[in-house]
Design a protein around this ligand. Structure first.
Ligand SMILES: Nc1nc2c(c(=O)[nH]1)N=C([C@H](O)[C@H](O)COP(=O)(O)OP(=O)(O)OP(=O)(O)O)CN2
Ligand SMILES: [Zn+2]
Length: 136
């Protein structure tokens, strides 16, 4: 009997979508307003979901407080109120698209969640735009 436990979180961050090896014109044509050289921001929402067997003694798959602490340490502390391009080492040479951000977050949380548990991360960049990653 496998059950999924989810925890929601959020962080605010600035970013710019562009490639350093492309001209301004090409970046503009591909990324449009997201290539604003002065950056722009989002209120990101994150949902981390852990799936596994219920422990018969505790009734938990994972203590949600434990999951919340992982998210605080791996997502909120390093990303909240940061400029993703300038402040976050993972994006020094990686375009901070929602796709790349969700993979970075998943990789960080994967190291904290027990290997017998499945992990899925959903990232909302705007209320209408969201991506998800399950490590596949
Ligand atoms: N596949 C992706 N496409 C886009 C990404 C992305 O990360 N992956 N990101 C962006 C920009 O970050 C952009 O800032 C998104 O904001 P915006 O266009 O304002 O968002 P909405 O679609 O919610 O706003 P509308 O009012 O509906 O236009 C773009 N594309
Ligand atoms: Zn954006």
């Amino acid at each position: 009997m496998r059950v999924t436990v989810s925890r929601k979180s959020h962080f605010n961050a600035a970013h710019r979508l562009y490639r350093k090896d492309w001209s301004m014109e090409k970046n503009d044509s591909v990324f449009g307003k997201c290539n604003n050289a002065n950056f722009h921001g989002h209120n990101y929402e994150v949902i981390a979901s852990v799936t596994g067997e219920i422990d018969p003694e505790t009734g938990y798959v994972i203590d949600i407080k434990e999951l919340a602490q992982y998210i605080y340490e791996e997502v909120e502390l390093p990303l909240d109120h940061k400029n993703l391009n300038l402040d976050v080492p993972e994006f020094a040479n990686l375009n901070p698209t929602a796709e790349h951000i969700v993979v970075v977050i998943w990789n960080k949380l994967r190291k904290r969640v027990k290997s017998e548990h499945e992990l899925e991360v959903v990232l909302y960049e705007t209320p209408r735009n969201f991506v998800s990653y399950r490590g596949q």
